[in-house]
Design a protein around this ligand. Structure first.
Ligand code: CU
Length: 577
């Protein structure tokens, strides 16, 4: 596939007077009196800068409510699907063609809990189907949070194959915070705790009402990113929107539910409204037009230490992050804190070097000590071109340093999570496996989508098990993205369920010991080496690319952890009734 690297089009800030919008844990909800967390998927009407929208959400909120849990908790969730019927009668049964777009299920991302995508939860049956909660139906989950669950930021989102991307990119995602030892470190306890939940919203004009923006493509309809038209099985239609592998007619990037950046396709209006035969070359531009919106502001006193917890909840956008004018003290990635804060020197806002890089689904938790000079300092997502869609520089939020000075302290040591000990020794590696994440264009196995997104040359199959690791053993996995001649046209973020992994090296460069994550960005023409201990839980689960349109169209596989799970290893309690 040929890629046009886009020039960054300077965003125009909305000129309206910036209203300072303090970010707080407004969506936080403590455990209710009811022992069961009631989660409901719903449609939600919204309006941002003149655009009326119909989005999907949990409990009327975007992002969904923030849940706080304690290690050892039993988390019971009643998930009710109140989305509407979606017509998939035209679907031919190919699992890697998006389908059943309002059917859902639930994944608690990063938590070291029982495998929960297949029916019944914890199943070791290779033929077990994926949990599919139809519109109008509901499902009850019960999760034991391990006593040694590393404390930090996790999240939840739907994971029904074929509808994950559409649901997440219209609002269905929320945070989970696990409390633990790190919260008792005095310097951290004293710091304000500020979640930064970033997510994207991808939209097209509704087929029924062009004044409403939504994302509910007709079955088999695919948006041709660089043509601006929609095809069904390769034939042009006059539909306004189709499934996309990452591009949208209108897209917002949100921080804690408020947009800070917008991308629009303004071409092909005549094509969309009438003629089906106009060539794509009549379009004025292939590139979405980026617009910086007014970012939210967070006030800090000079010398104040604050704790940020940032989620990249984007459907596909990788985020290199810097905090302008400030050193960063990185505490944790993906909820797994280090033995000590990692010092990330300040970087120039016009440079290319991030202080921390967040692949889709990664979380970074870090401290910032506000400088002594009052002023406005931006939290910036640097431009990057490591993906099929070039990503413009974005201002996510602004730190306003003002007022009387404080002199808060930074911690020097952190309590290392016991679940991640002992670190895996090379002698423990029972097996090494190699995984190649690559795509073929045009799609051969998946002609409707038009691109094959594969792991080891295979698309996803619900009942195929590619790997059978053994409980209580360790393995080393080599995740490879080839060069562009061999299908590696862009980087892919690798994610696996059930256990986090140690990142050993990326591109041959070793990482500091005890770098433990559940998602790792693997750039084009690069190998990442990870090590994993299959701990506590057996059963059928998945590993996949966390670019959600890639995942939904095939870049996922099942694995099955086999072994005898004793009562002790499972740390399970019988369900309470
Ligand atoms: Cu991918």
């Amino acid at each position: 596939m040929t890629m046009t690297r886009r020039e960054f089009v300077a965003g125009t800030a909305i000129a309206a007077a910036a209203t300072a919008l303090p970010i707080k844990l407004e969506s936080q909800s403590q455990p209710s009196q009811s022992d069961v967390w009631q989660l409901e998927t719903q449609w939600k009407d919204a309006e941002w800068d003149g655009h009326k929208m119909r989005l999907r959400c949990y409990n009327g909120q975007i992002p969904g409510p923030m849940r706080i849990v304690q290690p050892g908790d039993v988390l019971r969730i009643h998930l009710k699907n109140s989305l509407t019927h979606y017509d998939s009668t035209g679907w031919d049964g190919n699992p890697d063609v998006p389908h059943m777009l309002n059917t859902t299920n639930l994944h608690l991302h990063g938590l070291n809990i029982i495998p929960h995508l297949f029916q019944p939860v914890g199943t070791s049956d290779p033929e077990a189907p994926m949990i599919a909660i139809e519109p109008g139906a509901s499902y009850d989950y019960e999760f034991l949070i391990p006593k040694d669950q590393p404390p930090g930021l996790y999240w939840y989102h739907p994971h029904h194959h074929g509808s994950t991307a559409v649901q997440v990119v219209t609002g269905m995602a929320g945070g989970i915070i696990v409390h633990g030892a790190i919260d008792e470190v005095p310097e951290i306890k004293a710091a304000r705790d500020i979640p930064l939940i970033v997510q994207d919203i991808g939209l097209f004009p509704s087929e029924d009402n062009p004044d409403i923006w939504t994302y509910e493509p007709k079955q088999n309809s695919i948006w041709q990113t660089f043509g601006g038209y929609v095809t069904i099985k390769g034939t042009k239609t006059n539909l306004r929107g189709g499934f996309t592998t990452g591009d949208y007619k209108l897209r917002y990037f949100l921080l804690n539910g408020k947009p800070f950046f917008k991308e629009e396709h303004r071409y092909c209006e005549q094509l969309l409204s009438s003629a089906h035969d106009a060539p794509a070359s009549t379009c004025s531009s292939q590139d979405p037009i980026p617009t910086q919106l007014t970012p939210q502001q967070i006030e800090l006193a000079p010398g104040e230490v604050v704790r940020f917890r940032m989620l990249n909840g984007n459907s596909d956008n990788m985020m290199p992050i810097i905090v302008e004018g400030h050193d960063m003290y990185l505490l944790a990635i993906d909820g797994n804190n280090f033995e000590a804060p990692r010092f990330m020197q300040m970087q120039h806002p016009d440079g290319t070097e991030p202080q921390v890089l967040l692949a889709p689904a990664n979380r970074a938790e870090f401290l910032i000590k506000a400088v002594s000079t009052p002023g406005t300092y931006r939290i910036i997502q640097l431009a990057q071109d490591q993906q099929f869609l070039t990503s413009a520089k974005k201002v996510i939020a602004e730190l306003v340093v003002k007022g009387p000075a404080k002199n808060m302290k930074l911690p020097t040591r952190l309590p290392f999570p016991s679940r991640n000990l002992p670190l895996i020794q090379p002698s423990e590696i029972k097996r090494t496996r190699v995984f190649v994440f690559a795509s073929t264009f045009p799609g051969v196995q998946n002609p409707i989508v038009g691109i094959d997104f594969m792991i080891n040359d295979e698309l996803y199959g619900e009942f195929d098990i590619t790997e059978n690791p053994e409980l209580n053993t360790c393995e080393e996995w080599h995740i490879q993205v080839p060069n562009s001649q061999h299908g590696g046209t862009e980087g892919h973020p690798f994610h696996i369920h059930v256990n986090s992994f140690e990142v050993i090296s990326v591109g041959g460069v070793p990482l500091p010991p005890a770098t433990i994550q559940d998602v790792i960005w693997v750039p084009q023409n690069t190998e990442a080496v990870i090590r994993m201990r299959f701990k506590q839980w057996k059963g059928k689960s998945v590993y996949h690319c966390h670019i959600l349109p890639h995942e939904d169209t095939g870049m996922m596989q099942n694995f099955l952890i086999r072994g005898t799970q004793t009562f002790e290893t499972a740390d399970a309690r019988p369900p309470r009734h």
